[in-house]
Design a protein around this ligand. Structure first.
Ligand SMILES: Nc1nc2c(c(=O)[nH]1)N[C@H]1C(S)=C(S)[C@@H](COP(=O)(O)OP(=O)(O)OC[C@H]3O[C@@H](n4cnc5c(=O)[nH]c(N)nc54)[C@H](O)[C@@H]3O)O[C@H]1N2
Ligand SMILES: Nc1nc2c(c(=O)[nH]1)N[C@H]1C(S)=C(S)[C@@H](COP(=O)(O)OP(=O)(O)OC[C@H]3O[C@@H](n4cnc5c(=O)[nH]c(N)nc54)[C@H](O)[C@@H]3O)O[C@H]1N2
Ligand SMILES: [Mo]
Length: 768
């Protein structure tokens, strides 16, 4: 049963709303993923592929960055991992005939679901200036055009190089070398819109922009706090780890405005208990917080712990605080200043409720806080995360087994890309090592992050845009500005597996370079190649695809980038020196370079052989050493912030449905939340629907309100259905990317620049 790609876009009139579910996975999860796999891959390929996900010496799942439990066992079943694999391993293809048939204008009229469903890209294509259709061209022609264009710019800073987090370590390393050898640090990436706030807060306070726990710490924790994360959909394999922790006696607390199914109850398809018996109740305590109230909540917890320590003693880890931290007194003073009244307003929870939760923290001797986008995509996200760190420091929960911070990353190699230097603000020691290895001088001036890149495009300062993966146009905020910024760019080019909106909303000229994905066999000079990736917990391992690539004329990301380096650097005395053809022919040679540039990768090749995994050094976790401004883990005194919502307005968060991977839409259902056959819904408290003069089921425009330099700015997303939902008053939720039109470019987090995708003031407007 292999179905054909859809002929029409999503028809929202078919949308139905059913009761939301309280259990994650179980039989419906298995059925749903099998249905999608069979549709995209057929029976044989489904069997071949799904058995190889995350197996020893198999391929790394292109889904999320959650680590493997134990790579020697059979692939852990994960509904959304299976969907991610099916999306890539599909047997649908789009080659030159497809582009001859569909004009650029027609393609632009389709949604991201339709575009992605058409199949894998197989051939390099170009859209000439003024042309109505993409036409095929050879690899040499395509790469020559890119190199010529780059060499023709007046200033390297007129070029922007975007990365999405699926790129392997090897490709990412070559990519940043290309960009720095060319002369700029303009390396915005998806991380700027994702965990940048985590990196900023953890870098400042702990001296490393990464988490401090391993998978065994999760199993061993006493208390797991999961804040601003929906693992049932976005990190389903995390549920297995939570179940294990639970069986060992851990307490799990979920902090979320929405009662997310996966957080509450899990039916593990791997066990009889999960499939036949009732499954495991994961969450002991669901704390239904208001959007953006987390900083207040953690300050409240901190206040309670400090107070209890004064009353009964023994609550704080004073030995740890004295030996390993700075700034305790200032923090304690600042926390004391914050009134319970304000904490109650910000969180929507009463003092008693918060103290109950704080008592769980007090009673635990090993606490981990896990979080994702609910904590990182607010204006005050960095301060919020610094206050999370404060609470953990109080009890010495950093650098102790079963305890620590756990930012749960999104893309499967987003953390590795950063380790490899995909960063607009590279540290000098990294650049020094790079200079030495390749005998050149990398630029020191910081480059554009995502928001800055969009501003520069909008100002007409960008003449060249290259993306390795991702969907810049749909993933970024303020769609109208991004689309006009793209149009002002001379040449936009994408290294991609699947068609998306960024290929059809383009610069004056555009190029598509089709590439291999994780599941594809990658044959190069020295034989079948593996690439490597780093998971959310700093463990590095190999990944090797086995499927025949969609066409024989495709290149890997590594090969494309090596050939670009060769062309761009040809004849330039000041360019990085390396044997580009040799690197393309044998990725072990790239790893050899990496092993000398990036600390922690010594003996790289040996340590990834035969499916082995190694952990990168993590000084806070390993030895309680903190490379911060004070040389210690830093308590910080942060001013309390939270969103202020004007009367008659609601605060909108934009999130993922169960059937999507960011801008890739797998299907039209959000099963756990009860939404079927459509996506244009706003989940809203019934009283807010009525207060704004509407009824459940009404179709409205959603209008965002932003106070910019020129006064009130309005942005409009048309035709959304109001759906009554269990959410705090004045808090609403709708899916991204459809709602990105509402997110003002100038609304981003302090310190990290992350767009405030979880915090947009909106009202509902009658359709005129
Ligand atoms: N299947 C699938 N897997 C994915 C992805 C995908 O799209 N599909 N995307 C990947 C990527 S790149 C990422 S970054 C991750 C994203 O993983 P998540 O962060 O889980 O993704 P979101 O859907 O944005 O969900 C945000 C959650 O935070 C809650 N939340 C929102 N605002 C607040 C707040 O102010 N406070 C609190 N406490 N909670 C809040 C929301 O109700 C929701 O449960 O998943 C990765 N994995
Ligand atoms: N409003 C709002 N906006 C958001 C968010 C939100 O919660 N709300 N979340 C933000 C977050 S957390 C993130 S991470 C970004 C995501 O931003 P991006 O990473 O830019 O977007 P994706 O949708 O993950 O990119 C999908 C595309 O990547 C390509 N691709 C897939 N696999 C491969 C591969 O192996 N190689 C190559 N070269 N290409 C590949 C395919 O062409 C596919 O169409 O969006 C952000 N935007
Ligand atoms: Mo992300």
């Amino acid at each position: 049963m292999v179905t054909r790609p859809p002929k029409h876009d999503i028809d929202e009139s078919k949308l139905t709303v059913r009761p939301r579910q309280t259990h994650a996975v179980g039989v419906p999860g298995v059925v749903n993923s099998l249905k999608i796999s069979l549709e995209q891959m057929g029976v044989k390929r489904t069997a071949e592929t799904l058995l190889r996900v995350n197996q020893k010496d198999g391929f790394d799942c292109p889904g999320c960055a959650w680590p493997e439990e134990d790579r020697r066992h059979m692939a852990e079943f994960c509904e959304n991992g299976a969907k991610a694999v099916a999306e890539e391993a599909t047997i649908r293809r789009i080659g030159p005939e497809f582009f001859a048939e569909h004009s650029i204008e027609e393609l632009r009229s389709h949604d991201d679901w339709w575009l992605g469903q058409q199949g894998r890209l197989t051939h390099p294509m170009i859209l000439d200036e003024g042309a109505t259709h993409y036409r095929p061209l050879s690899w040499d022609e395509a790469l020559d055009i890119l190199a010529d264009e780059l060499r023709a710019l007046d200033d390297p800073d007129e070029a922007v190089f975007y990365t999405s987090g699926r790129t392997s370590n090897e490709a990412a390393f070559l990519y940043q070398l290309l960009v720095r050898g060319y002369g700029t640090n303009n390396l915005p990436d998806c991380s700027n819109m994702c965990h940048e706030s985590s990196g900023s807060a953890l870098g400042q306070t702990l001296g490393i922009g990464k988490g401090t726990v391993s998978i065994t710490d999760i199993h061993d924790a006493d208390l797991l706090i999961i804040a601003g994360q929906n693992p049932g959909t976005n990190h389903p394999r995390m549920l297995t780890a939570l179940e294990k922790a639970k069986q060992r006696g851990a307490t799990i607390v979920a902090i979320n405005p929405l009662p997310e199914a996966g957080l509450l109850h899990f039916k593990n398809p791997q066990t009889a208990r999960g499939m036949i018996l009732g499954g495991t109740q994961l969450t002991d305590d669901f704390v239904q917080i208001r959007l953006g109230g987390d900083q207040a909540l953690f300050i409240g917890i901190g206040k309670h712990l400090i107070e209890q320590h004064a009353i009964r003693g023994g609550v704080l880890d004073t030995t740890f605080i004295d030996a390993h931290t700075s700034g305790y007194a200032e923090y304690a003073e600042a926390a004391e200043q914050v009134s319970w009244n304000e904490i109650e307003v910000a969180t929507g929870l009463d003092e008693k409720r918060i103290r109950e939760l704080a008592e769980r923290v007090r009673a635990s001797s090993k606490t981990i806080v896990c979080w994702a986008m609910g904590l990182t995509q607010h204006k005050h996200s960095v301060a919020t995360l610094r206050d999370v760190v404060n609470v953990l420091l109080l009890q010495g929960n950093i650098g102790r087994p079963g305890a620590g911070v756990c930012p749960v990353r999104g893309h499967s190699n987003v953390q590795g890309d950063r380790t490899m230097g995909i960063y607009e603000k590279p540290p000098t020691d990294f650049l020094d090592a790079l200079d030495e290895e390749f005998a050149f001088t990398a630029p020191r001036e910081h480059g554009y992050d995502t928001v800055a890149a969009i501003r520069a495009m909008d100002a007409g300062k960008v003449r060249f845009f290259l993306a390795v993966g991702g969907n810049f146009v749909s993933a970024t905020p303020d769609t109208a500005i991004v689309e006009s910024g793209m149009a002002k760019t001379g040449l936009t080019a994408h290294v991609s597996t699947k068609l998306n909106r960024s290929h059809v909303v383009t610069g004056r000229r555009a190029i598509i370079l089709p590439t291999l994905g994780r599941t594809d066999r990658d044959r190069r000079g020295s034989g079948d190649q593996r690439v490597t990736v780093e998971d959310s917990m700093g463990a590095v391992h190999g990944s090797r695809g086995r499927l025949e690539p969609p066409s024989s004329d495709m290149l890997s990301e590594v090969a494309i980038l090596a050939r670009l380096c060769e062309r761009v650097f040809a004849g330039r005395e000041d360019a990085p020196r390396a044997d580009w053809q040799a690197l393309e022919g044998d990725y072990a040679r790239i790893r050899d370079h990496i092993s000398r540039v990036v600390p922690g990768f010594e003996r790289y090749e040996e340590r990834i052989q035969k499916g082995r995994t190694f952990y990168l050094p993590n000084p806070p976790r390993d030895t309680r050493q903190f490379a911060t401004a004070t040389g210690k883990a830093m308590f910080t005194a942060n001013r309390l912030e939270y969103p202020h919502i004007p009367a008659g307005r609601v605060l909108l968060q934009t999130l993922r449905s169960h059937d999507q991977y960011n801008t890739t839409i797998y299907g039209k259902d959000d099963r756990y939340r009860g939404i079927h056959d459509g996506r244009r819904v706003v989940l809203t408290h019934p009283d807010d629907i009525h207060e704004q003069g509407f009824e459940d089921g009404d179709i409205v425009d959603v209008v965002s309100e932003w106070h910019g330099p020129n006064g009130l700015e309005e942005r409009r997303a048309e035709e959304f259905r109001l759906v009554s939902y269990d959410t705090p008053r004045r808090n609403a939720a709708a899916y991204y990317p459809e709602t990105n039109v509402l997110v003002p470019l100038e609304s981003f987090a302090d310190d990290s620049g992350t767009p405030t995708s979880k915090s947009i003031i909106v009202r509902f407007a009658r359709r005129g």
